[in-house]
Design a protein around this ligand. Sequence first.
Ligand SMILES: NC(=O)c1ccc[n+]([C@@H]2O[C@H](COP(=O)([O-])OP(=O)(O)OC[C@H]3O[C@@H](n4cnc5c(N)ncnc54)[C@H](O)[C@@H]3O)[C@@H](O)[C@H]2O)c1
Length: 266
Amino acid sequence: MLERLLVTGAAGGVANLLRPRLVGVSKKFRLTDIRHFVSASDLDETMIGDLADSAFVDQLVQGCDGILHLGGVSTEQPFDEILPANIVGVYNIYRAAAKYDRPRVIFASSNHVTGAYRTQEIITPNDPFLPDSFYGASKVFGEAVAKVFFVKEGVESAIVRIGSCFEQPSDLRMMSTWFSPDDFAALIKSCFTVETLDCPTIFGVSNNARSFWRNTEISHLDWHSEARVEDLLGSMNEPNVSPEEVAAGLMDYHGGTWVKRPLGTG
Ligand SMILES: NC(=O)c1ccc[n+]([C@@H]2O[C@H](COP(=O)([O-])OP(=O)(O)OC[C@H]3O[C@@H](n4cnc5c(N)ncnc54)[C@H](O)[C@@H]3O)[C@@H](O)[C@H]2O)c1
């Protein structure tokens, strides 16, 4: 069990899904976001600040033996809005990790690093980047930072290219991309308990029949997906795809409609 896990992006959607599922991973939790938020547990430490502020990030990381780095801009935006959190912020996290005892980092990358692949293509982490947005490009940078701090400074990371982490799918694309929050929590536990993590790149996706992604770097982890979107649907109907979504390319590319939108527009 970790002594203290730092969770960035703690006011966000994924952090709120994961926090209750991470009981037992760490004795203490330090939660941070740029937005004010209230933790469900009054035992959690909360710190408000900007990931682009290197002195603040130093304070965050000191005393933590694990980092779940979820914080950042999570949609396509003009580059100037992405730069502080997703470029400077991810660098600050890794720089501070190298400085303060090398806690393991789980880095929330995104399927949008390869979002411009066609949906007919099945890819692995060995396939080249093909980002569909400034956002996707910023996550490519984050993945590179994770790798360079592993190679040069020995900071171990799991680079998790999250598909769609929600309680349940809300559109047809998510029949391929859905990542069960339970699966994500189990992956995080496995990454913090395995003896040697190294720096694997992992598609964060459940065992969905229509997944576009195959993982090749998880054999050393005690983890495999326990969920399938098809099983979850059970009593629900499969989400419909509207003519507007077809026209927007929802089902044409791994990244859905993002590929066809003008750069920088969310
Ligand atoms: N939700 C998904 O399915 C999904 C898919 C792919 C990748 N991801 C990645 O996972 C992470 C979490 O996603 P989410 O859906 O919870 O996103 P979210 O937008 O709900 O949460 C991100 C949080 O980061 C915070 N943040 C933004 N800029 C910041 C800054 N400069 N300093 C400090 N905090 C800042 C925001 O205030 C927000 O609360 C993100 O990095 C996102 O890119 C999520």
